[in-house]
Design a protein around this ligand. Structure first.
Ligand SMILES: C[S@@+](CC[C@H](N)C(=O)[O-])C[C@H]1O[C@@H](n2cnc3c(N)ncnc32)[C@H](O)[C@@H]1O
Length: 350
């Protein structure tokens, strides 16, 4: 049987897709090389010369010609960092490679590297760029989220020095500046979950809105009014930019300052309050209650917790309300071994 790395099958374009599928079924299609088109024909790479029987089947469907032609090859596709770095790192280190990392627009973010991997950080950064060809830069988190603005510190380990990008969550464009304002793509499902509960006409107070993902998800879906508050002026500037780059139905009112300073302005105004400052939300629960309308509303309360029941009991003990119903509670994401960011949704009448 004739073998050639340049073997191809030339077929009229109209029949190309049908023939390609048959070649796949016959294990003849060579997916390492690219299909090209030439006038009315396409040239499909094949792995070997078809048997007489195979050729009969093919020729029954379309007129084909077997030719020798050099075709461009696909770059080898890797599935994960281990595959990219196999042979480039000592084998025992491959097992220590991070299993997860974040892709934020065209920026890759690695949360943590073990001490053994740190001398190889540039190689690992470049490997992540090979794995995701759209990446322009790879950042390594060198200090955990901290301070009033909840900002981590990053080091560039591959690519250009760059911290801003446009990231898309459920079709919503978010301008992000990782150096200046908090953002985590791991909350995308939560942004969407909360937004899916909001009805037309609601007034929502997002007490700690960051660059505005909750507000944007909501205003994209419904005619609601969202007060998006953040103490970090850079975050609020990004909310304003994000409002401009998205088509939204609802209204977003960005407010910059300590959320406590809006206690009079927004007193008894909200049908719904979002409290996404999990480290400190318990301290702000009275304020959230103050925002809720006289006839009641929903609070989405976030916390870090090792025991969700215990956090619920603590939360209930802090609230003196005419009515309190826990609608839902669940783990949102693991933040450290056996510790979770959790959410408790509650309906309250203040
Ligand atoms: C965890 S981030 C919020 C992220 C955002 N909700 C999201 O889903 O991406 C918490 C935000 O609260 C802001 N913040 C902290 N203390 C605040 C306060 N007292 N008043 C208003 N905003 C505050 C921080 O600047 C930060 O942007």
């Amino acid at each position: 049987m004739q073998q050639s790395k340049d073997l191809c099958l030339k077929v009229n374009k109209k029949m190309g897709e049908k023939i390609r599928k048959i070649l796949i079924n016959m294990n003849l299609f060579d997916d390492a090389r690219k299909i090209i088109s030439e006038n009315d024909y396409i040239i499909i790479p094949i792995l070997r010369y078809p048997s007489e029987e195979e050729l009969d089947i093919i020729k029954n469907i379309a007129e084909v010609e077997i030719i020798d032609m050099e075709l461009p090859s696909h770059k080898k596709r890797f599935k994960n960092l281990i595959e990219v770095l196999d042979g480039r790192l000592p084998p025992y280190l491959l097992t220590l490679l991070p299993r997860s990392y974040d892709i934020i627009g065209d920026i890759g973010v690695i949360e943590d590297l073990s001490d053994e991997l740190l001398p190889y950080k540039e190689i690992i950064g470049k490997a992540l760029m090979e794995l995701h060809s759209n990446l322009k830069t790879v950042l390594l988190k060198v200090e955990k989220v901290s301070g009033k603005y909840r900002l981590p510190k990053y080091e560039v380990i591959a690519g250009e020095e760059k911290y801003t990008t446009i990231h898309t969550e459920y079709g919503i464009k978010l301008k992000v500046d990782l150096q200046k304002a908090y953002y985590s793509p791991r909350l995308a499902t939560e942004h969407n979950r909360v937004a899916s509960q909001v009805k037309d006409g609601e007034v929502v107070v997002d007490m700690f809105s960051g660059i505005g993902p909750f507000a944007l998800h909501i205003a994209k879906r419904v005619f609601a009014k969202v007060y998006a508050i953040d103490i970090n002026p850079d975050a609020v500037n990004l909310i304003k930019e994000n409002i401009k780059i998205n088509k939204i139905k609802g209204e977003i009112i960005p407010l910059c300052g300590d959320v406590r300073s809006f206690s009079d302005l927004l007193k008894r105004k909200a049908d719904r309050v979002i409290m996404n400052l999990p480290g400190e939300a318990m301290e702000y629960i009275d304020l959230a209650l103050n925002f809720i309308k006289e006839n009641g509303g929903v609070i989405h309360f976030y916390a870090f917790s090792k025991d969700i029941e215990e956090t619920k009991t603590h939360l209930i003990s802090k609230l003196s309300t005419r009515k309190l119903d826990i609608i839902n509670m669940k783990k949102v994401r693991e933040v450290s071994p056996r510790e979770w960011q959790i959410v408790i949704d509650l309906f309250v009448i203040p």
